[in-house]
Design a protein around this ligand. Structure first.
Ligand code: PEP
Length: 252
C-alpha cells in the first residue's frame, strides 16, 4: 500500500443526520488539500447514502451480514452496500465479535464482500496480553479462521486492522506502544507469509486502531510504519480527525 489509509469508525454516533452532516462537512473541508491519503468514513448505516456526495471521501460500512439475502431481520447485505456505492466494509470489529461474530461468520462475510467487489478491513486483536504469549496464538487463530479459503489474489482486497481490545474506547487501559504495534505487524506478516507467500506478506496493509489521537498518530505512521489508522472517538471530532489526516498526508 503506497497511500496511507485513514478510516473513521463512527460506531452508533452521532444521533442525528444533522450532526452527521456537520461532522462530515468539517472533514470534507480538510480533505480538500489531502493528496497522499485515502480517507474512508464509516457512518451508521442509516446515514449511508445521505452524506454529501464528493470525490475525496470514500464511504464504508461498519459491518455486513454473513448471508446474501432473505429472512435476516435488521441485517444489511454486501450487495446492498455495493448498490449504495460503498467501497469498504469493516468486519470482525471487537464490538461486533462481542455481540456474536465468530471467526467462521467473519469468514462468510469476507467471502460475500469479495463476491461483491468490496474492500475489506479485517479487525483482529486480543483482549489482554499475557506473559506466556498466548495472545499470539489467539491472533494466529483469528487470521487462520477468518481468512480460511481466501486466495492469494483475493487477499489484495483485504487490509488487517490490529486493534488490541485493551486499547479501544473510553475504557481503554492505554493505547498500544508503537513497539507493541511493530512487534505485532511483524507477527501478522509472518503468519500471512506462511499462509500465502513472502510477497503477499510484504504487500498486505496493516492498520493500527485503539485510542488514536492527533498526538500519537504520527508515531504509529512513521516509527510504526502502519499502513494507516482506524480511528474511533476522534473521528467524530472533525478538527481532531482532520489533524490526523494532515499528519498522514505529510508522510511519503
Ligand atoms: C475502534 O473501536 O475501532 C476504535 C479505534 O476506537 P477508539 O479510537 O475510540 O479507541
Amino acid at each position: 500500500m503506497s497511500q496511507k489509509l485513514i478510516i473513521a469508525n463512527w460506531k452508533m454516533n452521532p444521533q442525528t443526520q444533522k450532526e452527521a452532516d456537520k461532522i462530515f462537512s468539517g472533514i470534507l473541508l480538510s480533505v480538500k488539500n489531502i493528496k497522499n491519503t485515502s480517507v474512508v468514513v464509516c457512518p451508521p448505516s442509516l446515514f449511508i447514502g445521505n452524506l454529501k456526495k464528493n470525490n475525496k471521501i470514500l464511504i464504508g460500512a461498519q459491518n455486513v451480514s454473513g448471508f446474501s439475502d432473505g429472512a435476516y431481520t435488521g441485517e444489511i447485505s454486501a450487495k446492498m452496500l455495493k448498490d449504495k456505492n460503498i467501497t469498504y466494509s469493516i468486519v470482525g470489529h471487537s464490538e461486533s465479535r462481542a455481540s456474536g461474530d465468530s471467526n467462521e461468520l467473519i469468514n462468510k462475510k469476507i467471502n460475500l464482500l469479495l463476491k461483491n467487489k468490496l474492500n475489506i478491513v479485517l479487525c483482529i486483536g486480543e483482549k489482554e496480553r499475557d506473559h506466556n504469549g498466548f495472545y499470539l496464538s489467539f491472533i494466529k487463530k483469528q487470521l487462520h479462521e477468518c481468512l480460511a479459503g481466501i486466495s492469494k489474489s483475493q487477499i489484495k482486497n483485504i487490509v488487517i486492522a490490529y486493534e488490541p481490545i485493551w486499547a479501544i474506547g473510553v475504557d481503554a487501559l492505554r493505547e498500544a506502544d508503537v513497539s507493541e504495534f511493530i512487534e505485532m505487524s511483524i507477527f501478522i506478516k509472518k503468519i500471512i507469509g506462511d499462509m500465502y507467500d513472502v510477497k503477499t506478506a510484504h504487500d498486505i496493509g496493516i492498520l493500527y486502531g485503539g485510542s488514536v489521537h492527533p498526538e500519537n498518530a504520527e508515531s504509529f505512521l512513521i516509527e510504526g510504519r502502519a499502513s494507516g489508522l482506524l480511528v474511533g472517538r476522534d473521528s467524530l471530532n472533525a478538527k481532531k480527525f482532520s489533524k490526523i489526516l494532515i499528519c498522514a498526508d505529510k508522510i511519503k
